[in-house]
Design a protein around this ligand. Structure first.
Ligand code: TA6
Length: 304
């Protein structure tokens, strides 16, 4: 993977350039009239999205590692073809798509001044050792006033496959004490910290300890309210009927070398996906698209 050749093929002067975060680890840097953003070709992982006049909506740990085989701690890792741990402990958590270099296939400016980036991943000998099926993944990212991601998964195999997946988004908050996730009131969730027992969400989700929940039957808009910054981040979903909310808090985050000290106070994961009972079953040659649109609005406007 060579950022020099990628630049020659895909750079757009004044809008898109590609440079290495570490040798052989290209990052796509985007700056247009609406926002700036960055996307690593490894894992097709959006790392930042900063609309003009806003602080970055995404969080990345200051001690994140940029190396093949491991997703960057933060941004929007892609969990596929399974979410969470695998029954076989030898298999990587959250699948393998986030741990590999993808192919950058297209970069363009659209008529509204947004920047579109397409990346894809197909099965190969290595992937088939982990998951014995032919597939094609395509991620379309649009960077404009809002950030849109569309992950299309194609079952190129001759078998019926069951998939779980997530756009595992880490959002930037001023301080976790003043953060809340709104839009899940009344939803049933599976609590990963209470032996996967089920509960009903009452009101907004607030944080005062480790929290790790899979909310089911959640297809509507969700909001991350950030009191300190006086803003809300709105999530509009497509192809998703489940949501994970996660904060590792002190003990769990301190056990992760790539999680900066105290970082748990400045982030919350609200993950758009097909998780828990929201399994995607694809017949041969069938496809599914999982999408999220992320935007910032002032908290006052959002509460109207
Ligand atoms: O989405 C929540 C979760 O499943 C947590 O249980 C935690 O494991 C988190 O994902 C991060 O997983 P990772 O493998 O990226 O450290």
């Amino acid at each position: 993977m060579n950022s020099i050749s990628l630049n020659e093929k895909f750079a757009i002067s004044g809008f898109v350039s590609i440079a290495d975060a570490s040798p052989g680890y290209p990052i796509i840097q985007i700056s247009n009239s609406h926002a700036s953003a960055s996307i690593s070709v490894h894992g097709a992982q959006v790392l930042s999205f900063q609309p003009k006049g806003e602080e970055d909506l995404l969080w990345v740990s200051k001690t994140a590692v940029f190396a093949e085989g491991k997703s960057v701690r933060g941004g929007i890792p892609i969990c596929w073809p399974w979410f969470g741990t695998h029954p076989d402990a030898e298999m990587p958590a959250h699948g393998f798509a986030r741990n590999r270099f993808w192919q950058l296939t297209a970069v363009q400016q659209d008529e509204h001044g947004s920047t579109e980036v397409m990346l894809c991943l197909e099965d190969d000998e290595a992937s088939r050792l982990l998951w014995p099926h032919a597939f094609e993944l395509q991620l379309r990212v649009s960077v404009g006033k809002v950030l849109s991601l569309e992950l299309t998964m194609v079952n190129s195999s001759k078998e019926v496959v069951d998939l779980t997946a997530a756009l595992h988004s880490y959002f930037n908050v001023g301080d976790i004490a003043g953060a809340a996730v709104r839009g899940l009131d009344g939803a049933e969730y599976i609590d990963a910290l209470q032996d996967s027992r089920r509960f009903i969400q009452l009101g907004d989700v607030r944080f005062d300890a480790e929290l790790d929940r899979i909310y089911q039957q959640t297809a509507g808009d969700e909001f991350i309210d950030d009191d300190l910054r006086g803003r809300s981040i709105r999530l509009q979903k497509s192809g998703s009927n489940s949501t994970v909310v996660w904060n590792p808090w002190i003990a769990k985050s301190s056990r992760m070398d790539d999680f900066e000290e105290g970082g748990y106070r400045r982030m919350v994961c609200v993950e758009t996906g097909n998780m828990g009972e929201d399994v995607v079953r694809l017949e041969p040659d069938a496809a599914h698209t999982l999408g999220v649109t992320i935007s910032a609005e002032s908290a006052r406007a959002a509460s109207v």
